[in-house]
Design a binder for this molecule. Structure first.
Ligand SMILES: Nc1nc2c(ncn2[C@@H]2O[C@H](COP(=O)(O)OP(=O)(O)OP(=O)(O)O)[C@@H](O)[C@H]2O)c(=O)[nH]1
Ligand SMILES: [Mg+2]
Length: 274
């Protein structure tokens, strides 16, 4: 690199290196992924058996400047303590947000996103802690962040798929829930319910995520809806979604009914605003 250089941010809020070339007295800003600070927000509730493997897998990936923000809702199985031990093992790379009790995925993400933005992250990620979202796809997701505001790890684009051991009816149910949300809200992505996503800082800051009152995974749908209404751009990267092998699912009939009804509510809510 010749000439003077220093850190800079482009219009999208992505950090890069600004090179001032004395020969041409021009400026070139090359935005290099190596200079972006990436904060992956990971909500946990009873994920003590999964968290260590997840963290080790993420840090094995060739992603510079990756740090993790674990948002634990006082899990009875001691996930919060596991998170603290991991923070000691990887100093400066893991923050842990301890919340007093289980309040749902939406509230955990709202607090996590707020903290990640305050800490100056350039890219803010979201993913489940149960290893359903493959850590080794993080570099592929990141490779698209200079092309789109939001990058979605997708089960429903060519190359993406659901757990090969799921019975036909379960795959059908997942496909139905996904298509239902996409059709009713007219979303421009194939995977509307999957929570493995990366956001440019400017994109997350542009949507009113903290106003969401969605609780279960419909929060994920609401975020996509907010992004779509805000005119943000999306890219989808195929992922294989594996069933959790350890710990128990937090999915319940109540959460599924909330999702089904809430999608219609969202449409009414946001059409009244515009
Ligand atoms: N902090 C926090 N995390 C939660 C809460 N509920 C779920 N999670 C976490 O959110 C992620 C996704 O969880 P769910 O959407 O409930 O899905 P799941 O339990 O994995 O269910 P399936 O994978 O569909 O079987 C996991 O990392 C959970 O530990 C909550 O109330 N608070
Ligand atoms: Mg899961």
């Amino acid at each position: 690199m010749t000439g003077q250089w220093g850190y800079a941010k482009n219009d999208n809020g992505l950090s890069g290196v600004k090179i001032i070339n004395p020969d041409t007295s021009g400026e070139a800003i090359c935005f290099n992924r190596n200079y972006m600070k990436i904060t992956q927000v990971i909500p946990t509730y009873n994920e003590a058996q999964n968290l260590t493997v997840l963290v080790e897998s993420l840090f094995r990936e060739p992603v510079e400047n990756l740090d993790l923000l674990i948002v634990d809702d006082n899990s009875p199985d001691g996930t919060g303590d596991v998170a603290e031990s991991l923070a000691d093992i990887y100093p400066g790379r893991i923050s842990v947000l301890h919340r007093p009790g289980k309040e749902g995925l939406g509230k955990a993400y709202i607090e996590g996103f707020t903290m990640a933005l305050e800490s100056g992250a350039d890219v803010i990620g979201m993913m489940d802690a149960d290893l359903s979202h493959p850590p080794d796809r993080l570099p592929a997701l990141l490779s698209k962040i200079d092309q789109a505001d939001v990058v979605v790890g997708s089960r429903y684009v060519p190359g993406g798929s659901l757990d090969k051991n799921w019975p036909f009816w379960r795959k059908g149910l997942s496909w139905f829930g996904n298509t239902y949300a996409r059709t009713i809200l007219n979303l421009p992505i194939q995977d509307t319910t999957g929570g493995y996503r990366l956001w440019r800082r400017s994109a997350l800051a542009a949507i009113p995520f903290a106003e969401s009152r969605s609780n279960g995974y419909v929060f994920i749908v609401e975020l996509a809806y907010m992004a779509s209404l805000a005119g943000l751009s999306f890219a989808e990267v195929p992922i294989y979604f594996a069933e959790r092998t350890r710990g128990t699912s937090k999915m319940s009939l109540k959460i599924q009914i909330e999702a089904a009804l809430r999608v219609w509510q969202l449409r009414r809510l946001y059409s009244n605003r515009s």
